[in-house]
Design a binder for this molecule. Structure first.
Ligand code: PHE
Length: 339
């Protein structure tokens, strides 16, 4: 029996010494000391011994178990140390490996142009406000004198959420929103996304950007509109720029105009971009219609106002010589990096 015990003990010690992982150690522990472990079973088997032999043998088995336990604990320390060393080695940082270069983002040309425009108007005492992109048909059309049967209301042009709610087709609803809440004097610009059911091409997109302008005060005239816009265009594009009004029609302004500016490509000589006219169209504008003012509770015997709505995408394309609107929406880093 003693011989067998010696054999088990030696095998156990050897096995444990060879363990290189904590999991292996645990296996060995179960194999020898667990409920059905070899040493446990051995101890139980001592019932077959004579009462005289039992105490001496019992002591030997217990000593063997202790020896195994001690070695298990010591080997555990060793294995943990080894694992730590292995990990440290693996995780070593090689400071000679070249780093990865991150491509840095740039401000989008639309954002850059808008920031410039905001600065110009803030310098003139305007405040920048924003309004909802999901809008009531009331603000988008009705309050702006756009009648029920106007083609702009057609589903061909407008994205409807339901009969009364739609994606705004212009930033003009914010004229009404602001005038309903604010007493004159009012001087605001409203930049934002607008939506129209257009197919995508080089000059059209179902999503684009407008900047609305609105001034309401005592004695505001078309001359103020002209002066303001002229100054704005000179600041944005340069002192050589000129503006002119072309008669136009909008239901919510009277009189209405399209504002043209000197063609930035040919400086007025005539070219492909301006279709040989020397001028390019920048903005719709006009004097706020008295009915619109009245609807917002503004006294038209005292106050008048002008409004304009210009396309930010177009202003940006002109500023940077971009010839395809789609480039502004694709977020191609190779394109954006150039600005
Ligand atoms: N909202 C008009 C458009 O989208 C532009 C405009 C704004 C015209 C303000 C007059 C006054 O075409």
């Amino acid at each position: 029996m003693q011989q067998r015990l010696k054999e088990i003990l030696e095998r156990a010690l050897k096995e444990i010494r060879e363990c290189r992982e904590v999991a292996q150690l645990e296996k060995s522990r179960v194999k020898y000391l667990g409920k059905k472990g070899e040493l446990t079973v051995f101890l139980r088997g001592m019932g077959d011994l004579s009462p005289e032999e039992r105490p001496a043998m019992g002591r030997l088995v217990n000593e063997a178990k202790e020896e195994v336990e001690t070695l298990l604990a010591a080997q555990r320390e060793r294995v943990l140390q080894l694992e730590k060393e292995r990990r440290l080695k693996e995780e070593e940082v090689d400071i000679t490996v070249p780093g990865k270069r991150f491509t840095r983002g740039k401000r989008h040309p639309l954002t850059k142009t808008l920031d410039e425009i905001k600065n110009i108007f803030m310098g003139l005492g305007f405040t920048v406000v924003e309004g909802p992109e999901v809008e009531y048909a009331y603000y988008n059309f009705t309050a702006l004198n756009i009648p029920e049967n106007h083609p702009a209301r057609d589903v061909q042009d407008t994205f409807y959420i339901n009969e009364d709610i739609l994606l705004r087709t212009h930033t003009s609803p914010n004229q009404v929103r602001v005038m309903e809440k604010t007493k004159p004097p009012i001087r605001i610009i409203v930049p934002g996304r607008v939506y129209r059911a257009d197919d995508v091409d080089a000059t059209h997109s179902p999503v684009f950007h407008q900047i609305e302008g609105l001034v309401v005060d005592e004695g505001i005239t078309l001359g103020d509109l002209k002066g303001t816009f002229d100054l704005f265009v000179k600041k944005l594009y340069g002192e050589h720029m000129e503006t002119k009004f072309r008669p136009s029609h909008f239901p919510f302004t009277e009189p209405s105009a399209e504002i043209d500016a000197t063609c930035f490509v040919c400086s007025g000589a005539g070219c492909r971009v301006c279709k040989d006219t020397g001028w390019i169209e920048l903005s719709g504008a006009g004097m706020v219609h008295p009915e619109v003012l009245e609807r917002c509770g503004i006294d038209t015997t005292k106050y008048s106002g002008f409004a304009f709505g210009m396309g930010l995408d177009r202003l940006t394309m002109l500023k940077y010589g971009i010839d395809d609107l789609r480039l502004l929406f694709e977020n191609d880093i190779r394109f954006l990096k150039q600005f």
